[in-house]
Design a binder for this molecule. Structure first.
Ligand code: C2E
Length: 702
């Protein structure tokens, strides 16, 4: 063994308290217990000291060291054993170069190498001020293994992302993309699209609204793992692809949240396959309409929706009367074309929200929802649509050079709620369709006979009403409007229909039919002309009647006519009536449509001197803001409030409020439906100035 203590003058501390110097701890023992291997070279490069650790790390035999060999011999020995690889002279050259350089510059030289035994050592050469060197060795085998392991792992990860269709991503603590790796990301050239941005800042076709991103943002805010978030995106080249991303939060060694990492995947193929499956499973391949399965499903949903809304829905069953004949005569291809044409015509005539299906063969079905809360009204609307369908299907078409005409037989049934089985609804509509077949085909029939009767009655009424106008069966009645002294100051014109068989028909029965059929327009014009003629006649007659006003009810449809202002002007001009005596009564429902257009028209007429009254006030939706903007001269308190005025404090309060409101808006108020002296008195006390009702006079021929 070499005596270390005597060979290390420069390495031993100078302090008098030093346990080594003081002799309390032998230097050799101390150095042998270090975790660092030490090799000491004298100024000539002889190995003059080696501690226990160095011998073990470098695996140098004692026999080699005992003679204090030159470093060159040790290096040669190491090359022979395979510790150092390469040409000996070249290695020696390098060794001496480093030794000299450390001495010259006074800086340690650090290097790493792996022994034949597989140890990785980090050596540090330090020059001793008095001459010679110390080489210190630290075993870094484990660290080197770790580095190698990490490098391998990184390479494995890279080959994975290169080879697979998935990619890897990282977000920072703000949710911004900081890293995107993978072949597809490069191919799609999407990295620039994302880097520095949050996922929710890059547009996705399937999530157009900010709230669509709420679940992902919440998961992020709550540091939750999220899986398979599907995003449809448009690439730079215009291609539309589907991505799916999954991610998990990442924390640093101190448990601080640093962001997210995860994988992305292209799921476009899967999405396309799903869409195809969906199409095959739910749509009829010939026409693109819903197939039976999907339609039944919709029908169930419609039942649930109608139960919630209280609105009636209808199922129309459509069967082509002569499909078989056309098929037999012109072949299947022609038959298919016909079915496709019928499907298209159905699409053209029903609303976008209605559901159309083909149950098979030439059987089509149409589902109409939200028709009306009133069954009869709903039936009427369903009938209206079915008639449109019938007319559309019936239109002739040319198939392969032949003109063919397919007529439909249509059955309708109404339903609301989900108390009955879907199959029962279908059966009812099917049965109704057979009724229309037996009624001579190319017809529409209801399943319910009462409904059928009601619809027929209404259709008859509509037809008769058309004749009424032509044949002069309409009459204009008037009901007096009085002031607080019960003096007549004007009249309200009310329409009557003198039916040749039914007698006098109430407007409550025929106005809705006229509204729906559009007949209200010529009828309204007739009323206007009559009213103006009446005003002119009163003026001519002189006396107090010359001062009377005449109020005419307007349908919202009339006011929506683009030429409405001109029509009214023509009416009073042609009759020679004073427009200041003409009052036009509107209902609040009018305010639901294009309010700006209404105001413009009203102002144009008001400029001619015509006055406007708001009818049935209090029963509708009037917004006070609109009320202020409309050029109104009068509010009419609806008769439902007047009726119970004396018994119901709420009604009295409403009447009083309307009066106060009108006063502040500088409008007159007419109380409608005054039937008793007590009501008259009460209203007068509240400050009402104008009255109308049976108490003063029933409507009578003008
Ligand atoms: N219970 C009760 N009722 C009273 C009393 N005083 C008057 N009435 C009735 O109340 C209705 C007042 O007309 P409205 O509210 O404008 O309601 C009118 C109006 O909305 C509409 N209408 C009538 N004529 C026309 C018209 O020429 N054009 C348009 N578009 N609608 C009209 O038909 C509705 C019903 O008219 P009518 O049957 O004539 O019914 C009239 C009238 O007869 C009363 O003291 N007690």
């Amino acid at each position: 063994m070499i005596d270390f203590s005597s060979t290390l003058p420069g390495l031993v501390a100078e302090s008098p308290d030093d346990p080594v110097r003081s002799g309390r701890l032998p230097v050799g023992v101390l150095l042998d217990h270090l975790q660092v291997g030490l090799v000491v070279l004298d100024e000539a490069g002889h190995v003059v000291g080696v501690n226990h650790q160095a011998r073990e790390m470098l695996e140098l035999p004692l026999t080699l060291l005992q003679s204090q060999p030159p470093i060159d011999d040790v290096v040669r020995w190491q090359v022979e054993r395979g510790d150092l690889r390469g040409d000996v002279s070249h290695i020696l050259q390098r060794v001496w170069h480093h030794l000299r350089e450390t001495a010259r510059r006074g800086q340690p030289h650090v290097y790493t190498y792996t022994t034949a035994g597989g140890r990785t050592l980090q050596g540090t050469t330090i020059a001793i001020p008095g001459g010679g060197w110390v080489r210190a060795y630290v075993d870094v085998t484990r660290h080197a293994q770790m580095v190698r392991y990490l490098r391998d792992s990184e390479e494995r990860f890279r080959s994975l992302t290169e080879l697979s269709a998935d990619w890897y991503w990282e977000w920072d603590a703000e949710g911004r993309y900081t890293r995107l790796e993978g072949r597809l990301i490069r191919e799609y050239e999407t990295a620039e699209m994302f880097l520095g941005k949050c996922a929710w800042d890059v547009p996705a076709l399937n999530r157009p609204r900010p709230e669509d991103w709420a679940p992902l943002r919440e998961a992020f805010a709550e540091r939750r793992v999220f899986r398979r978030v599907e995003l449809q995106r448009r690439l730079r080249d215009g291609r539309v692809v589907w991505f799916s991303i999954s991610g998990m939060p990442v924390y640093d060694a101190d448990g601080r949240f640093t962001g997210y990492r995860g994988v992305g995947r292209d799921i476009t193929r899967r999405k396309e396959d799903e869409a195809t499956i969906q199409r095959l499973a739910f749509y009829d391949s010939l026409t693109g309409l819903f197939n039976r399965r999907a339609f039944v499903d919709r029908l169930q949903q419609a039942q649930a929706a109608s139960a919630r809304s209280g609105e009636w829905a209808a199922l129309c069953f459509i069967d082509l009367d002569n499909f078989k004949d056309i098929n037999d005569a012109y072949g299947h291809a022609a038959g298919d074309r016909l079915l496709q044409t019928v499907a298209q015509r159905l699409r053209d005539v029903v609303r976008i929200e209605d559901t159309i299906g083909r149950l098979g063969g030439d059987e089509f079905v149409v589902l109409l929802e939200d028709l009306h809360a009133d069954e009869e009204q709903a039936a009427w609307r369903a009938q209206h649509v079915a008639e449109k369908v019938r007319a559309a299907v019936e239109t002739a078409l040319t198939i392969e050079g032949h003109e063919v005409q397919a007529t439909p037989s249509i059955g309708i049934t109404l339903f609301r709620g989900r108390d009955e089985a879907v199959e029962d609804i279908l059966r009812r509509a099917d049965l109704a369709m057979y009724h229309s077949k037996s009624a001579g085909r190319n017809a529409v029939r209801f399943f319910d006979p009462a409904m059928q009767a009601a619809v027929v009655a209404r259709a008859t009424l509509q037809r008769d009403l058309r004749h009424a106008l032509r044949d002069g069966e309409l009459r204009l009645f008037g009901q007096p409007v009085v002031d607080a002294r019960a003096q007549v100051v004007g009249q309200e014109a009310l329409l009557r229909w003198q039916h040749p068989l039914r007698g006098m028909v109430s407007p409550a029965d025929f106005i809705p039919v006229a509204e729906q059929s559009g007949l209200i327009l010529p009828m309204g014009q007739w009323v206007l002309r009559q009213a103006c003629a009446q005003l002119a006649a009163w003026a001519r007659a002189g006396g107090e009647r010359a001062q009377w006003s005449l109020a005419v009810n307007l349908s919202p449809r009339q006011l929506r006519q683009p030429d409405f202002v001109d029509t009214v002007q023509a009416a009073w001009r042609e009759a020679g009536a004073d427009p200041r005596r003409l009052k036009l009564e509107l209902t609040e429902s009018l305010l639901l449509h294009d309010i700006e257009d209404t105001i413009t028209k009203m102002e144009a007429l008001a400029a001619q001197g015509i006055q406007f009254a708001l009818d049935d006030f209090g029963t509708g939706y009037s917004s006070l803001a609109y009320l202020k903007r409309l050029p109104l001269a009068q509010l009419k308190i609806d008769r439902s409030f007047v009726r119970d005025l004396l018994e119901d404090p709420n009604d009295a309060a409403i009447a009083r409020t309307i009066l106060q409101l009108a006063k502040s808006l500088e409008m007159e108020v007419v109380a409608e439906g005054v039937e008793t002296a007590a009501q008259f008195e009460a209203l007068r006390e509240m400050g009402c100035h104008l009255f109308q009702g049976y108490h003063f006079g029933r409507p009578a021929a003008l």
